[in-house]
Design a binder for this molecule. Structure first.
Ligand SMILES: *[C@@H]1O[C@H](CO)[C@@H](O)[C@H](O)[C@H]1NC(C)=O
Ligand SMILES: *[C@@H]1O[C@H](CO)[C@@H](O)[C@H](O)[C@H]1NC(C)=O
Ligand SMILES: *[C@@H]1O[C@H](CO)[C@@H](O)[C@H](O)[C@H]1NC(C)=O
Ligand SMILES: *[C@@H]1O[C@H](CO)[C@@H](O)[C@H](O)[C@H]1NC(C)=O
Length: 355
């Protein structure tokens, strides 16, 4: 008993000695502003036809505590949304201008930009970290987030279609892996700061941030990542030099599972040419919500067809011939709750013999 109390006491002492008073650790945050190991969100498309029209700002979310999709308390354009809460840490770090935190924001469709970046990866996300830990949020929203100096807002262009995202909190050691994964994706970085204190450990992100010459890029790279609480993930990073359908030739065969794939207005048909098949999802429905077709869904995700493998992946690329030539990635995990939440959304998918 005494020993246990002592060890609890030591743990408290140890933790409090690591974190400066008043400073919370950089993490993905839920709507209450509490740190979470990971969360996923699904922003619903605009729908004017139903009895209770949706504005295109409602979203559903999932974290290790909810176990299933839960409707958000507020709208995605509010600073109290999970995106607003999580980005708040970036705004504070940006304001403080200290050399202890680093951040990087990328989007092929950057806010305020007039020309579209075709060479760079079809990838969207942002990272914030310090020498202890941080998060990497991957999403599908064009022109988001705003430049940090502008604070939080949600673009009106992100309302019409469904959008998705996943945030994962990582120990600092994982950022060394993330450094190489992002290099292969060739992200279009539009705002970043990586102080010199990070340069010894991170090889590529400081170079990408400074727009200096980068070395040869691996055609593709697979990496194991682990969240701060120990959830395992697998990250697929595809460069523009690996010209193929990432779902068919790589993900399904690597994960050894047939995949049901939801992407925006898919142009490539379902494909049963290799040992593991890829089927396009046609329609999905959130419980208690309206059904919608992939035509209105800008999200990019896939799940195993059957529970046995229960993989779920969320990422950057659509099933389009043009995007076989783009960089981008997917983060995958074998978590029962995440799998059942996503698999349960699917109403119809396209078999290989159907048009
Ligand atoms: C969010 O969007 C709603 C609906 O368009 C609007 O009424 C509200 O003012 C917006 N809130 C913020 C903080 O922008
Ligand atoms: C977390 O990262 C620190 C710094 O890289 C490292 O020393 C430590 O071993 C890592 N902890 C775990 C559990 O990976
Ligand atoms: C970081 O900032 C502090 C305070 O401004 C300064 O004393 C320190 O030298 C800086 N460290 C590096 C590596 O730039
Ligand atoms: C299926 O995908 C493979 C690999 O990308 C491709 O070579 C083949 O033509 C595709 N088949 C169909 C029917 O689309």
């Amino acid at each position: 008993m005494t020993a246990r109390l002592l060890s609890v006491g030591f743990t408290v002492l140890f933790l409090s000695s690591c974190v400066p008073p008043g400073a919370a650790r950089i993490s993905c945050r839920n709507e209450d502003g509490d740190a979470v190991d990971w969360f996923a969100f699904y922003k619903l498309p605009q729908n004017r036809e139903q009895k209770n029209p949706s504005t295109g700002l409602e979203y559903m979310y999932l974290d290790p505590m909810t176990h299933r999709w839960r409707r958000s308390q507020g709208l995605v354009n509010m600073t109290q949304s999970i995106l607003g809460r999580t980005l708040q840490q970036l705004y504070e770090a940006h304001e403080a201008k200290n050399n202890r935190t680093a951040y990087l924001i990328y989007n092929d469709n950057a806010p305020r930009s007039v020309d579209y970046s075709w060479k760079q990866g079809h990838a969207k996300g942002f990272l914030l970290w310090d020498k202890s830990q941080g998060f990497w949020l991957i999403h599908t929203i064009p022109r988001f987030p705003p430049f940090p100096e502008e604070g939080y807002s949600y673009p009106s262009t992100g309302k019409k279609y469904g959008q998705i995202g996943i945030c994962i909190t990582y120990n600092y050691s994982q950022f060394v892996e993330i450094d190489s994964q992002l290099l292969s994706c060739m992200p279009n970085i539009y705002s970043c700061s990586i102080p010199a204190t990070f340069h010894p450990e991170l090889t590529y992100l400081p170079k990408l941030c400074a727009r200096s010459r980068i070395p040869r890029i691996p055609h593709r790279r697979l990496s194991r990542l682990q969240s701060i609480k120990g959830q395992n993930f697998l990250h697929f990073a595809k460069s523009p030099y690996f010209v193929d359908d990432i779902y068919v030739t790589w993900m399904a065969q690597q994960l050894q599972t047939n995949l049901l794939v939801e992407t925006w207005q898919p142009k490539l048909p379902s494909n049963c040419s290799l040992p593991y098949y890829v089927y396009n999802i046609k329609q999905i429905r959130m419980s208690g919500q309206f059904a919608f077709s992939s035509y209105y869904d800008h999200a990019k995700w896939c799940v195993s067809q059957r529970y046995k493998r229960h993989w779920t992946c969320i990422g950057d690329l659509n099933r389009s011939p043009f995007q076989t030539r783009r960089g981008g990635g997917f983060i995958c995990t074998q978590n029962k709750h995440i799998y059942l939440a996503f698999r349960g959304l699917i109403l119809h998918y396209q078999n290989c013999n159907q048009s």
